[in-house]
Every structure is written in C-alpha cells, then in structure tokens.
Design a protein around this ligand. Structure first.
Ligand code: AGP
Length: 609
C-alpha cells in the first residue's frame, strides 16, 4: 500500500506533492520521491527512509515546475533503496505505481529481449518502459498508457507523465484506489482523499478499468477500451484526520475492514488452482528444501504467537511434520534441540520484535534454517533469516494487530499446502477445494463485517464486565486466546482464553453471572462437546456469547447472545471467527472510552526484550 500524488496547475508542484505525501505517510513509507516537469524535461528527486529526507533533499536541491507526481513506497518487491524508490523513469516517461504486477517477470523478459535495461528490482519500472516503447511506436501518452495497462495482470494504480507532453498527467486504476481532486485551473491526483483536502473537496473516484487524462483545463475519464465516461465530482466533508482513517473513527476499525483486501493481496500470485497447489517461489531455502525438514519450530510473540498455534494444526494436518510452538521470549531459554533438520519459522508483523529476533539468532547458532512470515520488507527479522514469505497487509497503524493476523494465517496455510503437496500427504483435489474456498473467503468475511452493528449491540451489553473468559476447541482454541488478548489490550478488562474442554479442570469455578464467557462453536469442530461445555456454563448462571455458524435452536436456548458467521472449510474457520472477536473488543473499548489505536503501556513494535 503506497501513497501516490499528482498535480497540474499554477502552483509550484513540488510543495503540493510534498504536502500531499505527508498526508499519506500512514500508508507507509520506506522511501519517497517526486518528479516535476522543469526546463523541458522531467526532473526526479528520490530518497530512502522518512519523507523528511526527501523534503531536506528538495530544500538543498529544489525543483521548479507546475506539473508533477510524487510517491511514498511500502515495499512489496525489492528492498527499500533509492534505486527502487518511485518515480521510475524509462526514456521520456516517468511513472509512479501502487500495487503488484503479477506478470512482471514475463513482461520484463520481453522488454529485455527488445534491448531494454533496468535500473531497479521493482515490478513498477517495466510499466514505464512499456509506455515509452508504445510512444516510440507513434502513440501519444494516453494511447500508450491504454495499450500498456491492457497487458498488465495484478493490481495497479499508476500516474504517468512524458517530457513530450508537458502539463499532462495520465492515471489508470485497477484494484488499488485513485482519486482525482478537481480545482479551479488546477487538478490533483492521489491514492487517497487526505492528500487533497487542503486544496479541494471536489473528488472524482476512479473505478477499476478506468483512465483519467488530467491537465489544468480539466479531467477526461474513459474506460481502458476508450469508452468515454461522464461523472460528476463528489463533495467530501471529512476533516483530514478522519480522512486518513478512510472515514472510520479509528485506524483499528479501518484495518478490520481492510482484511478482505489484505487477504486478497497476500494470496495474489501464489495460488495455482488448476494444479491444486501454491507457488511460493520467494521461499529460497535451497533445492527441495522441504525434503530435509523433519521438525518445525514456530516462534513469535503476542498475536503472531496465536497465528503459530493455528499454523501447527495447518502443517501437522496437511504436511504431517511435527511442529513445536514457542513464545519468542521463552524459546532461547529452553536451550532448544536444533540442527539442520529443524526449520525455524518466525512470524512477525513489524519484523522488529526483539524476542522473536533473538529466537532467530538462537536457531542460526545451532544450524537451523530460518524462515520468516513478515509484513515489513527489509525489516530486521527479514534481513536476518534465510528466507521470507511476506504478507501484504499494508501498514498496520493500530497497535492492536488485526489485518496482519489474518494475513499471517493465510501465509502459514499456504506454507502448509506447499509442504503437504511436496511431501505427498495431501492430494491436488483436496488442495484445489481448499484454495478455491480460501480465494472466496473475503466474501463471507465481508458478511461478518456487515454485521458490525449487531456485534456493537452485544458489546454494549457487556462493556461494564470486569472479567471475561474465551473458549474454543482444536484450531479455534488459539482464536479464543486471540480474542481474549484483543479485549485485554484494548479495553483493559481482564480476559483469559482456554480450551473449552479445560473449563471443568478449574476455570469453571470462576463462572458467575458477572463473568461473560465467549464460546467459539463452529459446526464442524467438536460441536457436541462444546455444546456440553456451554450447558455446564449455563447451569452455573454464566452468561454466554456464542460465535457460531449453526442455526441450531438448541444453541439459542443456551446462549445469552449469538453472533452468527457463515460456514466455511474447518481449516478456514479460524480466519473467520477472529473477526467478530476483533469487533467485540473494539466496540467494548469504544464504550469504555479507552485509547483504541494506542492503548496504554503498549507499543506497535516491541524492540526490547
Ligand atoms: C497484538 O495485538 C499486539 N499488539 C502484540 O501482541 C503483537 O502481536 C506482538 O507484539 C508481536 O508483534 P510483531 O507481530 O510485530 O512481532
């Protein structure tokens, strides 16, 4: 998820671009750059790291011009560096991009065969070359962009300019957002509203498959195939801070609602439905690495540790490899028995968690290979392990992890399928069925998100409770732990997660009408046994909030409140069940008035042991 901006009009472009990029920093940045039409050519300035570095560079070496583009990068392909920073140049063309081009390797090979050379590792640079080639072939910028986007597969929003056509920008959208700000004698382009509110509140939102030609006289919309589009601008009334949250009250709620797209982005290019397999070419642990893995250690902290507990079920079921799960803060103290037959998989959203990084060091010292599931390219953990499988959740601003967690589960399930198929423990048909359901999962997830009002009503009823229990069975027990953690860290209510079957071994002594119990009750995992646990709770006066995909009347007879979710493959149920628990914790916290995005005592990245 990157930030892109464009401007054409009477102001100095570089100041408009910089102020727009500052309002998009929440979209992540590890490098930034701008390009401005100046003295008959397009001048580019780029820098690594925080946006201020680019501002300092422009202070020292300013750009004058009234038309330009700007970009903050959230790296997905190619490490954060000046040469990988946008804008990218090819001949007369300069371009910025947000998204992932799935077929960029074949497109790059084609361009190389045509004699083109590249200066970056990015998928973006090939788009600039393709447009430059088309212009060389006689197209103007608009036609060249049109023919190029027709050949792209994946997700992209691009803004492109050419030194041959000063004062003109062309934007094209597929899967990632682009908004056009309409001004008086000036027009603006951005990936999101906040970048433009300082200058205009009249916005045109591009839809997938649409192109905008922008100059200071106006905006002309058309479809990729050239069909013209007539559309009136919308008036945006948000304040800039609300706009950064996409109109949501908190980043956490925005990120909960971003989960369907985050799942799609993490699956993108990795599912081979025809073959009933996955493509994880980015995992480089040596030829046939999976054959030499006799045991797997899954290590992480907090929410990521819960993802490891679920992954143990995924991997042991699909690949029959014994898995051990450890807290990062504990792993090295048990002097683990490790050697080159062991694979350490660490999971970390930030890639900076000191305890998890320490586990990597401990494993490397003992000769184990190390793999990370991580959300931040080139983070400390990503640079220290042997190989990385990145999640593509985009920047997670809220301290409470939500979209990163579900993308960790997606990535870990892909690894389990990868191992299972190569070790022959799961067949193509079984995997095809699972992968097709996984691809479809954003739909039932959106159905759960559409029930947020019902979940808020439940949260309101229990917001004054001082203790909660969360229970689940099998691969949903870690989701009970995750639900309890969400409630703890957001609302400061004491909450514990337990295996449902464990209640009778002690915790049931806690049951009372002031101790709500959240029960995860999927129809396809230990339904009857968990129903028995619910009756044990109900018979002792406990209040039960059940999260279930059943419509069984017996459930309604025992539960105090029922939150229903659609039925999905049992292996995918953890990804679905976690969403009502995120929303429950969120709304309880809102009702209690805590600081949802930055709860007390917490940090987004725990870089101390
Ligand atoms: C999750 O809601 C918490 N903020 C915390 O437990 C977090 O998951 C943990 O600190 C691990 O962080 P990481 O994924 O960045 O390594």
């Amino acid at each position: 998820m990157c930030g892109i901006v464009g401007y054409v009009g009477e102001r100095e472009a570089s100041s408009v671009l910089l102020s727009g990029l500052r309002m998009l920093e929440y979209r992540g940045y590890d490098s930034a750059g701008i390009a401005v039409m100046s003295d008959g050519d397009v001048q580019v300035r780029r820098s690594v790291g925080k946006l201020q570095n680019l501002a300092d560079l422009l202070e020292a070496d300013p750009l004058q011009g009234r038309c330009g583009i700007g970009h903050t990068r959230w790296a997905t392909h190619g490490r954060p560096s000046e040469e990988n920073a946008h804008p990218h140049r090819a001949g007369r063309v300069v371009l910025i991009h947000n998204g992932i081009i799935e077929n960029f390797l074949e497109l790059r090979a084609e361009l190389q065969r045509a004699g083109r050379t590249f200066s970056s590792e990015t998928d973006t640079e090939i788009i600039a070359h393709m447009i430059d080639v088309a212009i060389q072939g006689g197209s103007d910028l608009l036609a060249a962009t049109r023919s190029t986007v027709a050949a792209l597969e994946g997700s992209f929003s691009i803004v492109v300019m050419s030194r041959d056509e000063p004062g003109r920008l062309v934007a094209a959208k597929s899967a990632t957002p682009i908004v056009i700000g309409v001004g008086e004698g000036e027009n603006f382009i951005a990936s999101d509203v906040p970048a433009l509110l300082e200058y205009t509140r009249d916005m045109l939102f591009l839809e997938d498959g649409e192109i905008a030609e922008v100059d200071c006289d106006g905006v002309r919309l058309s479809r990729f195939d050239g069909t013209p589009i007539e559309r009136q601008p919308r008036r945006i009334t948000w304040d800039p801070v609300t706009a950064q949250k996409g109109g949501f009250k908190h980043f956490m709620l925005k990120e909960i609602h971003e989960q369907p797209q985050a799942m799609i982005d993490t699956m993108r290019g990795r599912l081979l439905l025809e073959a009933g397999d996955v493509s994880l070419a980015e995992i480089d642990l040596g030829a046939q690495w999976w054959e030499r893995v006799e045991r797997i250690d899954l290590v992480a902290c907090g929410t990521a540790w819960h993802a490891c507990l679920v992954a143990k079920f995924f991997i042991e079921k699909l690949a029959r490899i014994p898995c051990n799960v450890d807290y990062g803060s504990e792993f090295r103290y048990r002097d683990p028995i490790l050697d080159d037959r062991e694979l350490l998989i660490v999971v970390s959203q930030s890639g900076e968690t000191a305890d998890t990084l320490a586990a990597v060091e401990a494993a490397r010292e003992k000769g184990s290979r190390t793999l990370a599931v991580c959300n931040v390219v080139d983070s400390s953990i990503a640079r220290r392990v042997d190989s990385v499988l990145y999640t593509h959740a985009g920047p997670e601003i809220s301290v409470a992890s939500t979209k990163a967690f579900v993308t960790q589960l997606v990535a870990l399930l892909l690894i389990a399928v990868h191992l299972g198929r190569r070790r022959g423990f799961v067949d193509a048909d079984t995997c095809r069925q699972l992968l097709e359901e996984m691809l479809h999962l954003p739909t039932p997830l959106r159905e759960v998100l559409d029930r947020a009002d019902d979940i808020e009503a439940v949260a309101r009823r229990y917001a004054k409770a001082e203790n909660f229990l969360y229970v689940g069975r099998g691969l949903n027990y870690p989701i009970a732990l995750e639900g309890a953690l969400k409630l703890k860290e957001l609302s400061y209510i004491h909450a514990e997660g337990y295996p449902a079957g464990e209640l009778k071994h002690g915790p049931i002594a806690l049951i009372s009408e002031t101790m709500p119990v959240v029960v995860l009750l999927p129809r396809n995992t230990a339904f009857n046994k968990t129903m028995s646990n619910m009756k044990e709770i109900e018979s002792r006066g406990g209040q039960i909030i059940v999260v279930t995909d059943t419509t069984d009347a017996a459930v309604d007879a025992v539960a105090t409140d029922v939150i229903r979710v659609p039925t999905v493959n049992p292996l995918l149920m953890p990804l679905l069940l976690t969403v009502p628990l995120q929303l429950l914790a969120y709304f309880v916290a809102v009702h209690r008035g805590t600081d949802v995005d930055q709860p007390r005592n917490l940090a987004k990245s725990v870089t101390v042991e």
